[in-house]
Design a protein around this ligand. Structure first.
Ligand code: NAP
Ligand code: COA
Length: 268
């Protein structure tokens, strides 16, 4: 069930918004009346998302780019701002993940995730700032429980997402006085996503994961969309600089036990 919000006339830009959780967020805003732009590397995925979002609500626009390319991110945001008149809601969610032991990973493997998740988020936030409609803009970084739960096979993601959350907190201090709120959402295990396909590739690992979630089920992409709309709505006008877990209580359910249930089967 999707909550009711009205984002008619608002401009939303979702980086990494062409599949999974971020596409779900884009669809939620489109269904609530917003014009939505998405960006990711694959032109094919961008085209498919634009077609889907166009059917869901307002105008849709897409950009094929890599968030590791600061110039490409800057150009897309400038183009979007000129065409659409700025950005009311910015979502930074592009990310990479694969399970690997730290001592089994090449320097480039670790770097690729940090470059996409952390440096890529910085590129997006920095380039978007001049185009954010102030006061009133809402910025959301898509984080993960790995930012505050140590998980084996996830050193790259833990380090990168912890950095993303510190960007959220730091920019809440810098941008709050200018009328821009910035928060993180840390989704728990979400059904039918690439992240779950990579971290819980078998029914047995998925079953163990579900057993470690207090509400005893996986989350849905629309539940993350609801949280993103809440954080960007007037109902959250005084919420700034928080990391909001949307995880059925997973991150408080004996934190390390929950994390181990997810990733330790990869080690056997
Ligand atoms: P996903 O479908 O693979 O989403 C990742 C998105 O980012 C895709 O649109 C991908 O499209 C894009 N992307 C990847 N690398 C990029 C790059 N270098 N430049 C630009 N775009 C890039 O995975 P997901 O599982 O839904 O994850 C979405 C977000 O939720 C991520 O931030 C992830 O860390 C977070 N999260 C997921 C879960 C979960 O249960 N799935 C849990 C916690 C947090 P292209 O391939 O076209 O680039
Ligand atoms: N284990 C160990 N190392 C791995 C790996 C794995 N499973 N997968 C990739 N790598 C290494 C590669 O070998 C390479 O290192 P090398 O140059 O020393 O050989 C490095 O990571 C970069 O890989 P490459 O495929 O060139 O990077 P890319 O930029 O094309 O892709 C990834 C980035 C690796 C993060 C890729 O998985 C991706 O595109 N992910 C996006 C989708 C996703 O992860 N969704 C879930 C989000 S939660």
């Amino acid at each position: 069930m999707t909550a009711t919000f009205d984002f008619s006339g608002k401009q939303v830009f979702v980086f990494g918004g062409t599949s999974g959780i971020n596409l779900g967020i884009a669809e939620s805003f489109a269904a609530a009346g917003a014009d939505v732009a998405v960006a990711s590397r694959s032109q094919e995925k961008v085209d498919a998302a634009v077609e889907l979002l166009g059917k869901a609500g307002g105008k849709a626009r897409g950009y094929a780019l890599d968030v590791r390319d600061a110039d490409a991110v800057e150009a897309a945001l400038a183009d979007h701002a000129e065409a659409a008149g700025g950005v009311d809601v910015l979502i930074s969610g592009a990310a990479g993940n694969f399970p690997a032991l730290a001592n089994g990973m090449s320097p480039n493997a670790f770097k690729s995730v940090v470059d996409i998740d952390l440096l890529g988020s910085f590129h997006v936030l920095r380039a978007a700032f001049p185009h954010l409609n102030k006061p009133g803009a809402s910025v959301i970084n898509i984080s993960a429980p790995q930012a505050f739960l140590a998980m084996p096979m996830q050193s790259h993601v833990c380090a990168a997402k912890a950095g993303v959350d510190m960007l959220t907190r730091t920019l809440a201090l810098e941008w709050g006085p200018l009328g821009v709120r910035i928060n993180s959402i840390a989704p728990g295990p979400i059904a039918d996503t690439e992240g779950m396909r990579r971290l819980a590739p078998t029914k047995e690992i998925e079953r163990q994961c579900i057993a470690s979630v207090p509400v005893r089920r996986l989350g849905t992409v629309s539940e993350i969309g609801d949280a993103a709309m809440f954080l960007s709505s007037p109902a959250a006008a005084y919420v700034n600089g928080v990391v909001l877990p949307v995880d059925g209580g997973w991150s408080v359910a004996g934190a390390s036990a929950a994390a181990l249930a997810m990733t330790s089967p990869h080690m056997s």
